[in-house]
Design a protein around this ligand. Structure first.
Ligand code: AIR
Length: 183
């Protein structure tokens, strides 16, 4: 468990530290792949946000449109991809896609409920999985957290990703406002 218990390193203090913002990039880890599935072409914008974040970590990513309801055969075919390490499945409305992917694989599935209808519809569809078939759900439209969770899962077997995750956390701290708004 390489990444477990890894605390974000303390960021550099003072203006010199802020000037030298560390990059989270590095050489691509060999042999890793995240596959992102979305239920519709109308979901592609958020899928591209996942891809963009993964690309910052140099993690290869494929994006496919495949619906659990409209094109279940396509979902089944994509889930069989032996090169994929982690699936990210995103859908709105009655969002069966993450659960259907999880039912067909032993690889980790990050589920992203999309806010298309009520919000609660997709959220509950992704979160309320029956015992035995887990989906790691992030929040509504939470593309960024989905990508980060996928990188954290990959980091368990690819320790070169751990310092990149640490640098990413440092960037959040450095970007945090030091004064209260309006202060
Ligand atoms: N969807 C597609 N097949 C099954 C589901 N749940 C979802 C898509 C999209 C929403 O239905 O993930 O968020 C609306 O799809 P469309 O194609 O009508 O825009």
């Amino acid at each position: 468990m390489v990444a477990s218990g890894v605390a974000p390193t303390a960021g550099p203090t003072g203006s010199a530290g802020a000037a030298a913002k560390p990059s989270i990039r590095g050489p691509p880890p060999s042999g890793v792949k995240v596959t992102v599935l979305v239920g519709s072409r109308s979901d592609l914008e958020l899928a591209e946000k996942v891809r963009a974040r993964l690309t910052e970590f140099e993690v290869p990513c494929d994006v496919h449109v495949a619906s659990a309801h409209r094109t279940p055969e396509r979902v089944e075919e994509l889930v069989k991809d032996p090169a994929t390490d982690v699936f990210v499945a995103m859908a709105g409305l009655s969002a069966a896609l993450p659960g259907v992917v999880a039912a067909r694989t032993l690889k980790p599935v990050v589920g992203v409920p999309l806010h298309r209808g009520l919000g609660l519809d997709s959220l509950l569809s992704v979160v309320q999985m029956p015992p035995g078939i887990p989906v790691a759900s992030v929040g509504l439209d939470a593309a960024e957290n989905a990508a980060l969770l996928a990188v954290e899962i990959l980091a368990l077997a690819h320790p070169e990703l751990v310092p990149r995750l640490q640098r990413y956390r440092m960037k959040w701290r450095e970007d945090a406002p030091t004064k209260p708004a309006g202060g």
